[in-house]
Design a protein around this ligand. Structure first.
Ligand SMILES: [Zn+2]
Ligand SMILES: [Zn+2]
Length: 137
């Protein structure tokens, strides 16, 4: 993927971040944790090397969403921003639609389709994975 330099942030504007990185990949996640964390049927994520991401303003609330991973969101407005391993992350995932320009990166695949809600119909021809697929969430 092409290198990007981009900013993003939460709905209320308290938390802002900067990306300067060559994204590793991007895709749609249909897992139950993403569904619960956002209330949405599917979440588009871009995966970056950790050093390519930094918070510019505000600090996110951190929720330990499993024994080995955490989710970072704005404590004021609740926007889901980041997913990463709790210990020694090498990569992290950023919610694509929290970018100021969400169309900067195009999702390439669907993962965790085993928990896709049956009223959500996919009209693209991207690769589909029942489980974790190429990105190990
Ligand atoms: Zn906010
Ligand atoms: Zn997920």
């Amino acid at each position: 993927m092409e290198r990007i330099s981009a900013q993003g942030g939460c709905l209320c504007g308290n938390v802002r971040y900067q990306i300067d990185a060559q994204p590793i990949d991007a895709g749609f996640c249909h897992c139950r944790l993403c569904q619960r964390a956002t209330g949405a049927p599917v979440v588009a994520w871009v995966t970056l090397p950790v050093e390519g991401f930094r918070y510019l303003q505000g600090s996110p609330a951190v929720f330990q969403s499993s024994s080995h991973s955490q989710r970072e969101h704005c404590a004021a407005c609740g926007t889901a921003l980041v997913f990463r391993k709790s210990v020694a992350p090498v990569t992290l995932d950023v919610t694509l639609c929290s970018l100021d320009e969400p169309t900067l990166v195009q999702p390439q695949y669907h993962i965790w389709l085993e928990s896709r809600v049956d009223w959500l119909h996919l009209g693209d021809d991207l690769p589909q994975h029942a489980g974790a697929g190429p990105d190990q969430h």
